[in-house]
Write a protein that binds this ligand. Structure first.
Ligand SMILES: [Ca+2]
Ligand SMILES: [Ca+2]
Ligand SMILES: [Ca+2]
Ligand SMILES: [Ca+2]
Length: 311
């Protein structure tokens, strides 16, 4: 018969064993400055795209809110990339991306290894005459295009989310913006988690009836930061680690070319996660440096598994 103490330990053992062997949720790529890192490269890259309000017109420091957001993170593995095109509508922006991404032009550098993307656009459609629901469809198409094109190019799918449009000092334009925001919030699949419509116009410190000042963009940066936290909570379950080796399935398939269903793709008794994240050895080659001593033996012996001079 078991003593109560033994009982406790066996129950404890059972629970911890179950926790450690439940596939898919318990593990995954290491977080970077408290953010999930969908492509598992140790950096967080957030692309922000839209019109002149993204570009940062009106900001004396010419940073806009992407640059102000970058300032909040200082010197860290976080990068906020500004792809704001003054005057753009979602349709214009989508065509520009198609030209750039498909033909490998300069935007390619900006969209490389993107983890997250924030879309904020629609203000200029006031002048082009579409109804707000049609503008929302354009934004939806832009988001779908970017998801697919960036996944094709980078191997891993970025997590995209959308912002509502801030109000301006142009009272005649605000009913349009108000309806556009209502439609944005109703549309499924846009992940509208950044609420610029909640900022009172007075806090944006608008100087030219449309564009915020540096102070206004700083305020927008803080709200964008909160949105980035929210989008992760919402998408955690997208990132699975089926073989619990510490690397997300999508990063294994699209980036590292390891087997997402085998925690040790090259059978050298080091898991893919240990090789990629800790030892920086090749997870697809049991003898990374080709000196005929396998990676695990080199690590146990204290020699360098990445240098054929050391074995
Ligand atoms: Ca990353
Ligand atoms: Ca995995
Ligand atoms: Ca291995
Ligand atoms: Ca070796």
């Amino acid at each position: 018969m078991m003593t109560p103490m033994k009982h406790f330990f066996s129950a404890f053992f059972l629970v911890t064993t179950l926790l450690c062997t439940t596939p898919g949720t318990a593990m995954g790529c290491p977080e970077v400055i408290q953010y999930l890192d969908p492509n598992c490269d140790g950096k967080i890259r957030l692309m922000i795209t839209g019109d002149s309000i993204v570009r940062g017109i009106g900001d004396k420091k010419e940073l806009g809110y992407p640059g102000r957001l970058q300032e909040l993170y200082g010197d860290s593995p976080f990068r906020a990339l500004n792809i704001g095109v003054p005057g753009a509508t979602p349709q214009v922006l989508r065509r520009a991306f198609i030209r750039n991404i498909d033909r490998g032009r300069q935007t390619t550098r900006f969209t490389e290894d993107i983890d997250y993307g924030l879309i904020q656009i629609g203000t200029n459609n006031y002048w082009s005459g579409e109804k707000p629901f049609q503008v929302v469809m354009q934004i939806y198409r832009l988001k779908k295009y970017l998801e697919r094109a960036l996944e094709e190019r980078n191997g891993t799918r970025p997590v995209l989310f959308t912002a509502t449009v801030p109000y301006t000092e142009r009272d005649y334009q605000n009913p349009f913006i108000s309806e556009l925001n209502r439609e944005l919030l109703r549309k499924k699949g846009l992940n509208v988690l950044v609420r610029f419509d909640r900022i009172p116009v007075s806090r944006l410190k608008i100087e030219d009836t449309l564009h915020p000042s540096g102070g206004g963009y700083r305020k927008m940066a803080r709200i964008a930061k909160r949105g980035l936290k929210r989008i992760q909570r919402r998408t955690t379950k997208l990132f699975t680690d089926g073989d619990s080796d510490g690397v997300y399935d999508q990063a294994e398939v699209g980036r590292f070319l390891t087997d997402p269903e085998d925690s040790d793709s090259d059978d050298d008794l080091l898991s893919d996660g240990e090789e990629l994240l800790t030892y920086k050895t090749n997870p697809n080659n049991a003898d990374t440096d080709g000196d005929e001593v396998d990676d695990r033996t080199e690590i146990l012996n204290g020699t360098d598994p990445s240098s054929a001079e050391s074995f």
